[in-house]
Design a protein around this ligand. Structure first.
Ligand code: NAP
Length: 295
């Protein structure tokens, strides 16, 4: 089961799993887009549209996997939207929804898949978290709160299932990845955001997820600057705090000026969903040469 399979990292996971012969159930909010993705994959695939905050819909998706393929023994969840704006600027319903998707949504996925893994004799859940689960970044407080909460939930889950034979939960924490999430994000910061360098291809994060479906690990960072950023945040908090604001202004909030825009936080925007965001040279070629934003 791949949750968030219609775009970016989740789409890359679905492509890699399907290419190696896995049978898949694809999950995201927009059903038509999921059918489009399913039609592009080589292997047996069913789709089950669900918003992860809707426990019944997530339950139906897991049941669809069992009905179609006789069991469920793996799940990767990537579902999340993003929002720019200071803690004071972000509307509370936007902030709360980011947290609900990350924490409640991930709990819903775990509650739907873990009993089915037990029934199948074992299974692996991989949760795509973020570097921002371990550092704080101004103008991204809603997303940081969501990802810190999700990390706490999933680390707890790992301690809860660790003595059960065959049940595994892994966490993958990407840095900046070349996906559409930055253009899809809500903004209340006066500008749209963009991927700060160094930017990594979604296929690399997907490969890490696929690896963890086969052999679990507590947590994997994917991104050349991740460990340095976490070390700075923890070890030199005064220096980190001084540098991070100007860095966000120069490298993140450099998109076009924008009024308040709720992006894809509450509803899917399938027209903008694709594998790459166009934030790297290779990514720009894949999305048809569209230039990255310049602030
Ligand atoms: N891109 C990065 O730089 C980056 C960095 C660190 C961490 N991450 C994390 O990586 C994960 C994937 O991000 P991405 O960059 O691949 O983003 P993306 O291209 O925007 O894809 C997000 C996927 O999640 C789905 N989704 C969003 N909200 C959902 C909801 N409430 N219920 C069900 N599905 C939902 C989207 O489909 P629908 O909208 O159709 O539902 C889409 O399939 C996220 O958890 C993100 O936080 C990304």
């Amino acid at each position: 089961m791949v949750v968030g399979a219609s775009s970016g990292i989740g789409l890359a996971v679905a492509q890699q799993l399907s290419a190696r012969g896995d049978r898949l159930v694809l999950v995201a909010r927009d059903e038509a887009r999921l059918h489009e993705v399913a039609a592009s994959l080589p292997g047996p695939t069913v789709v089950s549209a669900a918003d992860v905050v809707d426990a019944d819909a997530v339950e139906r998706a897991a049941a669809a996997a069992v009905k179609a393929f006789g069991g469920l023994d793996g799940a990767v969840t990537t579902a999340q939207a993003m929002a720019y704006g200071s803690v004071e600027e972000l509307p509370l319903d936007v902030l709360n929804h980011l947290v609900e998707v990350a924490v409640g949504g991930t709990a819903n996925v775990a509650r739907a898949v873990l009993p089915r893994f037990r029934a199948a004799g074992g299974g692996h859940l991989v949760v795509v978290s973020s570097l921002l689960a371990e550092i704080a970044v101004p103008s991204m407080g809603g997303y940081c709160a969501a990802k810190w909460g999700q990390l706490g939930l999933v680390r707890t889950l790992q301690t809860e299932v660790r003595r059960e034979r065959g049940l595994h939960v892994s966490i993958v924490l990407p840095g900046a990845i070349d996906t559409p999430i930055y253009r899809q994000a809500a903004t209340y910061a006066g500008r749209q955001g963009s991927a700060p360098p160094p930017v990594v291809a979604p296929e690399r994060v997907a490969a890490a997820c696929v690896k963890r479906l086969d052999k679990a690990r507590r947590a994997d960072h994917v991104g050349p600057a991740n460990l340095l950023a976490v070390a700075g945040f923890r070890g030199l908090p005064g220096v980190y705090d001084r540098l991070v604001g100007p860095m966000v202004d120069r490298a993140v909030l450099r998109g076009p000026r924008s009024g308040a825009d709720e992006g894809n936080v509450f509803t899917a925007n399938p027209d903008a969903e694709q594998l790459r965001g166009g934030w790297t040279t290779a990514g720009r070629k894949r999305v048809g040469g569209r230039a990255r934003w310049h602030g």
